[in-house]
Write a protein that binds this ligand. Structure first.
Ligand code: BG6
Length: 544
């Protein structure tokens, strides 16, 4: 073997190409045959632990959590002893949980489910029935965890996951603390009984005040380093790639600023409606549901300065700096001028007639909840002063697409004016987050021929094509990080609170506004008023 080792980098042998290739094929990992994917196995291994999912009978567990854990396990077996305790008030047994989860995994996981693979996984699933508000039930849960610790040598390591309606967060946390199942562990803790972490699902509060109160409540039982506030957009591969794109290439950073960028457009458009979640959505609306969390995270990765290091606190320090520099509209008049709230009416989605929002189940027929929000933000710092960030999100829009588009300024002088190039479109760099993850650069090129005609053309990078494989689901990445204890892709306390403070003036103004949101037909790109928001600045929304 040694004569096939070409060199060593950081002690890792680099093999001759033909040997590498053979290994890849021997492994029957045909997907890994793509040379860009060589040597990419995740070197990190979680410690044995018990993951406790509160709200295990809910939709999120079936659609996202369990399939993600199964996929992690299938690709890179979790440590022996790893166990999951599902908790809910329903009368389920270990076997019911296993049967239900098999259906969920078969439907939603990326990896195939064979009988053998399922048996290997299902033996780690256990169920505990508990009323989240009853302390006595948490004594039973604690005892079950200790029993499993002894049987499976999980060493007291616990990953709690709150996947319940938010009204249960407080009681669950208080009960975990009260029965001694969780204690504050900070860097000085000498506690040898294992680590405890808690993952908190969104929505993290419904305004600044409730987010602060929830932070304070969690902090009575867990220290900040134990808290993992999830925003699944940060787990999306292309969002992370934005950091690589910006900070691992010399080419783009020099023009990534107010001197070259005209404006930024962030679009998170969904073609689906509220999908049976009318009750939740009525209380939430697009601003709370998408802007406060996912879209502001996209603003951060796009606008942040290079962090001092690639670690949790350095990254989050930079994101918080961006959020603190955001100048949201505050006065009622400013809010009216710089924001648009919309609501879909009946229309056609993929050729099918779909109902309007007010006709959806559990929605008030006179509802004023916005299913669409568009806004213009400014970031007042040295890099971005004067560059508007236009953000929009909506349900039932023309198609599902999430992208960040950086539109650059025009060239200072157009040499080709006499050759029909007066309306040449400026350079645009588009980061497509979903679907068709990739990056596109639009630039001007000469049309072949004897005349000097110019046209906009595109340079396209597509993830799927380049790497031959889609990235992991966001939950896979984030759950794995929580098991490992890497908080970089989770939101910090100050980050969530500042994000809420940005949207708060708009939430307040919209709550007091007795007019109806601007209507838009399902299956379109949003209300006319949103077009006007950009038209006032002499710009137009992209049609992705
Ligand atoms: C969730 C919102 O956080 O994100 C949903 O509550 C929304 O309303 C979803 O549909 C969008 O996520 P994705 O990954 O499908 O873009």
């Amino acid at each position: 073997m040694t004569d096939t080792i070409r060199e060593r980098r950081n002690g890792i042998p680099i093999l001759d190409d033909h040997v590498q290739h053979q290994f890849i094929q021997d492994d029957d990992q045909t997907l890994h045959a793509n040379p860009l994917r060589r040597g990419l196995a995740d070197q990190r291994t979680p410690q044995p632990c018990i993951m406790v999912i509160f709200g295990v009978t809910g939709d999120l567990t079936a659609r996202k959590l369990m399939p993600a854990i199964y996929d992690i396990h299938a690709l890179q077996p979790l440590p022996e002893g790893f166990a999951i305790i599902g908790v809910s008030h329903r009368d389920w047994s270990d076997q019911t949980l296993r049967d239900e989860m098999r259906k969920a995994v078969e439907q939603n996981a990326r990896q195939p489910v064979s009988n053998e693979a399922w048996e290997a996984f299902a033996g780690s699933l256990f169920y505990v029935k508990a009323d989240f508000k009853a302390q006595a039930d948490f004594v039973g849960l604690r005892d079950r965890m200790e029993e499993l610790d002894r049987e499976r040598r999980t060493g007291g390591n616990r990953l709690f996951y709150l996947s319940t309606p938010p009204s249960y967060y407080g009681p669950i946390i208080a009960n975990l603390g009260a029965v001694g199942a969780a204690t504050r562990q900070d860097i000085y803790s000498t506690d040898q009984t294992g680590w405890q972490r808690i993952v908190v699902e969104k929505p993290f509060g419904r305004d600044v005040q409730s987010a602060r109160a929830l932070n304070a409540e969690i902090a009575t039982v867990f220290s900040e380093r134990q808290i993992y506030r999830i925003d699944h957009y940060l787990g999306k591969e292309t969002v992370q790639n934005m950091l690589a794109f910006r900070f691992a290439n010399i080419l783009f950073e020099p023009v990534w600023n107010r001197h070259y960028v005209d404006h930024v457009q962030i679009t998170v458009a969904e073609s689906l409606g509220v999908e049976g979640r009318g009750g939740y959505y009525e209380e939430s609306g697009a601003l709370r549901d998408m802007v406060q969390s996912h879209i502001l995270q996209l603003v951060c990765v796009c606008a942040m300065e290079p962090p001092a290091h690639f670690d949790g606190n350095s990254l989050r320090d930079e994101k918080v700096k961006v959020l603190r520099s955001v100048v949201p509209p505050v006065a009622v008049k400013e809010i009216a001028e710089r924001t648009v709230r919309g609501q879909y009416t009946a229309g056609y989605e993929a050729g099918q007639l779909v109902p309007g929002y007010r006709e959806e189940k559990n929605v008030n027929p006179g509802s004023r909840t916005e299913t669409y929000a568009a806004l213009k933000l400014e970031i007042e710092n040295w890099r971005w002063a004067g560059v508007p960030f236009y953000l929009r999100t909506g349900k039932r829009m023309a198609r599902r697409v999430t992208e960040i588009a950086i539109e650059f300024k025009r060239v200072p002088y157009l040499l080709f004016k006499e050759h029909g190039a007066s309306d040449l479109t400026p350079n645009v760099l588009t980061i497509r987050i979903q679907p068709d993850e990739g990056i596109t650069l639009r630039f001007a090129a000469k049309v072949p021929g004897s005349a000097n005609h110019l046209r906009a053309v595109r340079m396209d990078f597509q993830y799927g094509t380049a790497f031959g494989q889609a990235g992991p689901d966001a939950y896979e990445r984030l759950l794995f990080d929580a098991m490992i204890g890497d908080p970089a892709l989770f939101a910090r306390r100050d980050e969530v609170e500042v994000a809420w403070s940005i949207v708060q003036p708009m939430l307040d103004a919209w709550a007091y506004d007795s007019s109806d949101p601007a209507a838009y037909d399902a299956g379109t790109w949003g209300p006319y008023e949103a077009e006007m928001l950009l038209a006032k600045d002499g710009r137009t929304w992209r049609r992705p």
